[in-house]
Design a protein around this ligand. Structure first.
Ligand SMILES: *[C@@H]1O[C@H](CO)[C@@H](O)[C@H](O)[C@H]1NC(C)=O
Ligand SMILES: [Zn+2]
Length: 372
């Protein structure tokens, strides 16, 4: 009975995929009227919502992909689902080179970068201050190296994403680390104060500082490396989906993706860990991440509860078939309760730069071990 039903469902889904239910002209018409196409669960057609309804879902803590601008391209370039064929990830072997670089990763630099980012009233994806934050990051990561390019990645909304590329000595699949640069005050998104110190100021400065440390060490990878700071994560993974879908359609080969989204808090009195997200990740890369943590960090990993559908930018890469992982600041329940509000600052009890430093270090080690 189960088998029969699943065969019927498989046949139906084949039909559904052969003829997209939502046509490009419907998308053009409805989005011009301010509607958004939201994907709320796996294997279920997305649904149209107003901006107000979308905000209500966000306030209710319901995660989704806002697929309005990527749906049509996704139909043309369905997920590759090539996890099985993905390269294997050998255990870390570059301790002699990596450990000295990790010793140079600076919490003082991260604090100073975060002070600048939290000084914007908010980094909302539709706000002018959100766009100014992207420009601030772009200016900050200028390296003067000709094998490194950094640029703003424009979207249809105000805040660009920021994409930094380090060329490889030879070509090969790209290793990507990402964080989201936007922040949100859920009571008043456009004008409300949203320092976003932890969400995701910490991941953002972990990557800025990790990049600085790699450049200071003269790191020149064998295969290409990219650092991404995404716009609009809080509004349905907008920036990461736009970039992942564009890479998929352009045939860019991606070796691995790691998201750093919140790394600065763990509930006082609880055990400090890397909380590994347990779903929408690729197990081979997860195994590699575990050994990276065991090799390079003073704190252990622990498996978190499933983070659920569309919970951060790794889901955008997972969706197109790229091996992805997402180490998080604490297991669910011991993570930061102050996010999405004016209270997401570094002065909350439980915020720890020593904790966040471990994530910045793992970002450096991830890049070095996979691409050197
Ligand atoms: C949102 O912003 C307003 C104005 O800055 C602020 O008064 C309010 O406390 C913020 N809301 C939350 C939930 O922090
Ligand atoms: Zn976040």
């Amino acid at each position: 009975m189960r088998l029969t039903l699943s065969l019927v469902l498989a046949a139906l889904s084949l039909v559904a995929h052969a003829v997209p239910i939502i046509t490009p002209s419907e998308i053009a018409l409805k989005s011009s009227r301010g509607l958004r196409l939201l994907s709320l669960a796996d294997g279920v057609e997305p649904v149209w919502k107003t901006e107000d309804e979308k905000l209500q879902l966000m306030r209710a803590g319901i995660n989704f992909f806002d697929a309005t601008e990527v749906y049509a391209l996704e139909q043309k370039f369905p997920p590759k689902n090539d996890f099985a064929a993905a390269a294997t990830f050998p255990a870390p072997s570059r301790q002699a080179q990596v450990t000295p670089i990790l010793a140079t990763v600076s919490t003082a630099n991260m604090q100073s970068d975060l002070n600048a980012l939290t000084a914007f009233n908010n980094r909302y994806y539709k706000a002018t201050t959100g766009a100014q934050a992207s420009q601030w990051i772009l200016d900050k990561i200028a390296s003067g190296r000709t094998d490194i390019t950094a640029s703003l990645y424009s979207h249809s909304w105000a805040q660009p994403s920021v994409v930094l590329k380090i060329a490889g000595k030879s070509s090969g699949p790209v290793t990507i680390v990402g964080a989201h640069l936007d922040s949100i005050n859920l009571s008043n998104p456009t004008n409300g104060r949203a320092p976003g110190a932890d969400d995701d100021g910490t991941g953002t400065v972990n990557l800025i500082e990790g990049f600085r440390a790699l450049v200071a060490a003269g790191f020149k990878p064998s295969t290409p490396v990219e650092f991404h700071w995404y716009s609009g994560e809080e509004a349905g993974l907008l920036g990461s989906q736009a970039i992942a879908t564009a890479y998929r359609s352009a045939g860019v080969q991606v070796k691995a993706f790691m998201e750093l989204d919140m790394s600065g808090y763990f509930k006082p009195g609880t055990k400090e860990v890397f909380a590994l997200q347990a779903d929408y990740i690729e197990e081979g890369l997860q195994t590699f991440l575990k050994s990276l943590i065991t090799t390079y960090s003073r704190i252990p990993w622990a498996l978190d509860k499933p983070c659920g559908y569309a919970c951060s930018d790794h889901a955008s890469w997972y969706k197109i078939g790229v091996p992805s992982v997402f180490p998080y600041e604490a297991v669910t329940g011991n993570d930061n309760p102050n996010i999405h509000s004016a209270s997401d600052t570094t002065s909350v009890n439980g915020f720890s730069w020593a904790h966040s430093l471990e994530f910045a270090k793992i970002g450096v080690a991830f890049v070095y071990e996979l691409a050197a």
